[in-house]
Design a protein around this ligand. Structure first.
Ligand code: GAR
Length: 191
């Protein structure tokens, strides 16, 4: 199962995936490329460190979506890298037909809350401000609706009285770094 990682920022989840791959913990899954929409984003550095091609591609003029032409160009570049699957790991742009149709049922996303609660931006801050006792993270299939595709798995994090937003976020990120590589491994065993 060859897959591409799409990300926009720090790439700590991309790094967790690449570390798991290097350690032989990714089953039959093979990362073939990292694709980033933000020039100079740290995620691009992980490509060099782990020997996986990493490129920044132009998404078009919008902030949270692609232009249709650019999304088609991304789909083509990802296909040409040999990917059959796409893993969204901190990718802050919604996908539409050009990518969804090119990889039907083969795109997964990581989200930092227990969906369907707190979709959209800043899932961790939204849950914190609501005052939840538990939150966590979700890996789900991607469809045309925002953060609403079929859930594959979730991990739960408890908010303790001693937590700050920072420690709460840290615990959610730790669970993300464990959950996402494990879901990729499990999908690769059945793909
Ligand atoms: C992660 O917490 C991920 O769940 C979130 O962005 C962060 C990326 O961190 N994704 C979303 O909010 C998607 N809506 P990273 O760049 O260090 O992997």
């Amino acid at each position: 199962m060859k897959f591409a990682i799409l990300g926009s920022g720090t790439g700590s989840n991309a790094e967790a995936i690449l570390k798991a791959y290097r350690a032989g913990r990714l089953g039959n899954a093979v990362p073939v490329g990292i694709f980033c929409d933000i020039p100079g984003a740290k995620i691009l550095e992980h490509g060099k460190t782990y020997g996986v091609p990493a490129v920044q591609l132009d998404p078009g003029p919008f902030r949270t979506k692609f232009s249709p032409e650019r999304e088609a160009a991304w789909a083509q570049a990802i296909r040409e890298a040999g990917a059959e699957w796409i893993v969204l790991a901190g990718f802050m742009r919604v996908l539409k037909a050009p990518l969804l149709d090119a990889f039907p049922g083969k795109i997964i996303n990581l989200h930092p809350s227990l969906l369907p609660s707190f979709p959209g931006l800043d899932g961790i801050g939204q849950a914190w401000r609501w005052g939840v006792a538990v939150s966590g993270c979700t890996v789900h299939f991607v469809n045309a609706a925002l953060d609403a595709g079929t859930i594959i798995d979730q991990a739960v994090v408890r908010r303790e009285a001693t937590d700050t937003l920072e420690t709460f976020a840290q615990k959610i990120h730790e669970q993300e770094h464990r959950l996402l590589p494990d879901v990729i491994r499990r999908l690769s065993m059945r793909a």
